[in-house]
Design a protein around this ligand. Sequence first.
Ligand SMILES: Cc1cc2nc3c(=O)[nH]c(=O)nc-3n(C[C@H](O)[C@H](O)[C@H](O)COP(=O)(O)OP(=O)(O)OC[C@H]3O[C@@H](n4cnc5c(N)ncnc54)[C@H](O)[C@@H]3O)c2cc1C
Length: 339
Amino acid sequence: MSSDQWQDFLDTAASIGVVVERNRPMAQNTTYGVGGHAACAVTVASRRDLQEVADLLAAHPHIPVAVVGRGSNLLVADDGFNGVVVFMSYSATDNDIELVGEDIVAPGSLPMPILARRSVALQRSGLEWCVGIPGSVGGAVRMNAGGHGAEIVDSLLTAEIVSLRSGRWATIAAADLGFHFRGSALAAHHVVVSARLRSHERSLESPDLDAVVTWRRQNQPGGRNAGSVFVNPAQGDGSAGALIDSCGLREFAVGGARVSEKHANFIQASDGATAGNIVAVMQHVQETVEARIGIRLRSEVCLLGFAPEIAHAFSDPRHNEPERIANAKRLCELMGETA
Ligand SMILES: Cc1cc2nc3c(=O)[nH]c(=O)nc-3n(C[C@H](O)[C@H](O)[C@H](O)COP(=O)(O)OP(=O)(O)OC[C@H]3O[C@@H](n4cnc5c(N)ncnc54)[C@H](O)[C@@H]3O)c2cc1C
């Protein structure tokens, strides 16, 4: 991005009243708590804000964009991100869930634990597992988040999406979102505004929220991390955590980043950690597992602002399979985007 292109973007933003923050620190908005600045950031607190931002960005399609929810699956490079970050702001007062017939409609910015608790308060079942996911509903749809034997695709009926490339809003059926294990066909410029989720009446057999929370505390580390770092390899090859463990990599550390002692697929950040430390641990884990077991682990955590060779080293080659490419293309067409 040249300075002229940025100036043009900022002038348009000012002319339509969108507040753009320059050089916005990102560390505070991720659970790793590391990383540099975003060149520009906008915070979206209402549907009107989002429409303005979508129109603005659609008029500047060359600008890299990234949507950020709770930052619980995000690693931002130490050099930051030379693009516009769209923050989905959450406010406890205006982000409630709605019961529409049997379905629950939740805003994209709503934290998953709140979705779980409010659903249970409405005597609805099916979303209890969400209490253990520290992300937002939008981030969960993008990532097809899951746990405790369920994932978002099991409950999702439709998602309301806005494209930051065409400015168009559309309600997209779950079948058109190209879900796969810990991912979807949604691109960086697609914002999940809301999700309509299937639910059923709670009964005595329904899962207990406290049991989910207790299981998490017992089996996963606290502190600064982004959950599972590597996506599980193909079925039958074992979990990424078990592979890392079998290579004796628990507690392997670089600077302030360390493979968790409690769960080998988690990397913990401590004071003084940098994104570079975390990536160095990821590289060592990836190389060691590949050398010893012959499986190349790929990142589940989203990398933002890294050099293409780093992003490529961790990117899942399954994204290049014809079916995934076709799904992504179809979704862009549904969102009114030109190639
Ligand atoms: C302690 C811990 C435990 C975890 N356990 C699990 C687990 O059991 N299962 C699991 O699946 N994940 C787990 N995670 C990872 C994480 O919570 C999920 O991936 C979550 O869905 C990410 O949501 P987020 O709002 O934090 O997304 P972010 O980290 O903010 O972003 C992640 C991705 O989603 C996109 N995104 C965010 N919001 C939106 C939106 N509104 N519209 C479109 N795209 C959006 C971002 O652009 C990015 O590509 C864990 C994380 C932590 C820290």
